[in-house]
Structure formats: structure tokens, C-alpha cells
Design a binder for this molecule. Structure first.
Ligand code: PGA
Length: 254
């Protein structure tokens, strides 16, 4: 499959911002300018308490709603946690797994794998984040570290489910810093990740899995990043908080 056949994905990550009330004017502003069938898949990963309001606010649009985290178990005594089946029942289609802000709180590759499998079990599309710190990049560890993050998360997943996973390359040094990876740097790593997918899981998985870039992507740099052959979309934090800016990134992908 060539690049033309991989539909671009523009995913927002609101992180711990915006309230259920904010979803209504946000959705009105975004959907007013969007046609029903955008060329890209558009997803907003919102705080758990915003999910119901966001699902309702976007119900008549092509925008889909995702969670930002889930517990590896489907139910049980896990105070404060949210499971995959709960996210799915609330109307989510996607969930972020292994974001560096959660890895920094102690999430291991093994826990990320369990969460990814829990998401797939619940019928959700996991957005699997991988990324290196500046120190790791400077030490020349980027390729081996990302290979380990990617392969360990996907190791137990069969080929059919594997194709549903979205991978997001998010260099930690570019997240929220305003310091975007250059299109060349981002392309080089996304191509390396696709090569790892090819080696581990075969040609057709590698060709169909979409790989996003995340880290200070915005309305000014999106088009250049998205033009690269192995960058199939973006995971956008800060610039997704404003519907006008997010819309300009969607337009760049189209
Ligand atoms: P940023 O965040 O766009 O604000 O850098 C990206 C992310 O963490 O997903």
C-alpha cells in the first residue's frame, strides 16, 4: 500500500485542559467550518469528564472522541481508574496509550502493552505514543529505544488488530516546548518505525499502519511535516485547544 491509501489522521490531545462546558462552543466553531466528509480522520482526545459532553457536541459531525488513558483491566476494584469498556460505552472510538507524560509517572513498556491490548479488546483504536528524551537522542539511543517501545507494545497483538493501531512518534524534547522536530528528523524516525513494523510484522502491516508525528505541531509547521511520505498525521496538544488553530491543521492535512 502506498502513502495515498493511508488516510491522514489529525488527533488533538487536550491533556488536562477545557471543561465539559467548553466543548459546546469549541464544537460549534470547529464543525461550522468542516464538511461532513473531511479527507482526514479527526479525533479529539479529551479529559474523561468531558467525554459525554464532547460525544454529544460532535454527534452530528465527523469528529470522533477519544480518551487519554485507560486501565489494563476491564473492571474491578481500581479506585479512580477508567476501563476500555467504559470509554467505549461513553462513546469513545480511540484512546491514547503510553503518552510520555504518563511514562514519566512510571508507566513501563509492559504496562503500555497491557493497556494497548485492553483498548483493542474494548474495540477502541489505541494511539500508541513512543518517544525519546533529548538526552537519549544525544546519546544515539533513539532508534533502539523507540524500537523497544514499539515492539514490546505490539508483541502480543495479532495482525488483524495490529492494523487498527495508530502509532504516534512524539519526541519528548518537542512536546509543549515550541521546539518541533524538523520535517527531516520526524520523517527519518517515522520511516525507521515503519521499517521496524515491516521487519517484525510484515509488509502489509507496515504499509497500512498509520504513523503520526506529535510535538509542537501547529498551523504553521503542519503542512511541511504532513507532506513527508511516512508521516500520516499529527497528535496535537497545545494547538488543539483552540478550534481555529486545530482547524487550520486539519486543512493542512487535507
Ligand atoms: P504539544 O503536545 O503539541 O503541545 O507539543 C503534543 C502531545 O503531547 O501529544
Amino acid at each position: 500500500m502506498n502513502r495515498q491509501k493511508r488516510r491522514p489522521v489529525i488527533a488533538g490531545n487536550w491533556k488536562m485542559n477545557l471543561t465539559p462546558q467548553d466543548t459546546i462552543p469549541y464544537a460549534a466553531a470547529l464543525t461550522a467550518e468542516l464538511s461532513d466528509r473531511a479527507d482526514s480522520e479527526i479525533i479529539l482526545c479529551v479529559p474523561a469528564v468531558d467525554i459525554a459532553a464532547a460525544v454529544s457536541a460532535f454527534s452530528k459531525s465527523c469528529v470522533r472522541v477519544g480518551g487519554q488513558n485507560l486501565h489494563p483491566a476491564d473492571s474491578g476494584a481500581h479506585t479512580g481508574e477508567i476501563s476500555g469498556p467504559m470509554l467505549a460505552a461513553a462513546g469513545c472510538s480511540h484512546v491514547i496509550v503510553g503518552h510520555s507524560e504518563r511514562r514519566a509517572m512510571g508507566e513501563s513498556n509492559e504496562l503500555v502493552r497491557q493497556k494497548l491490548e485492553a483498548a483493542l479488546r474494548a474495540g477502541l483504536v489505541p494511539i500508541l505514543c513512543v518517544g525519546e528524551s533529548l538526552q537519549q537522542r544525544e546519546n544515539g539511543e533513539t532508534d533502539s529505544l523507540l524500537t523497544e517501545q514499539l515492539v514490546s507494545a505490539l508483541s502480543e497483538t495479532g495482525p488483524e488488530l495490529l492494523r487498527r493501531v495508530l502509532v504516534a512518534y512524539e519526541p519528548i524534547w518537542a512536546i509543549g516546548t515550541g521546539r518541533t522536530a524538523t520535517p527531516e528528523q520526524a520523517q527519518q524516525v517515522c520511516a525507521m518505525l515503519r521499517e521496524v513494523l515491516r521487519r517484525q510484522f510484515g509488509e502489509s502491516c507496515a504499509d497500512s499502519i498509520r504513523i503520526l508525528y506529535g510535538g509542537s505541531m501547529n498551523e504553521s509547521n503542519a503542512a511541511e511535516l504532513l507532506a513527508r511520505p511516512d508521516i500520516d498525521g499529527g497528535l496535537i496538544g497545545g494547538a488543539s485547544l483552540d478550534p481555529g488553530r486545530f482547524l487550520r491543521i486539519v486543512r493542512a492535512a487535507d
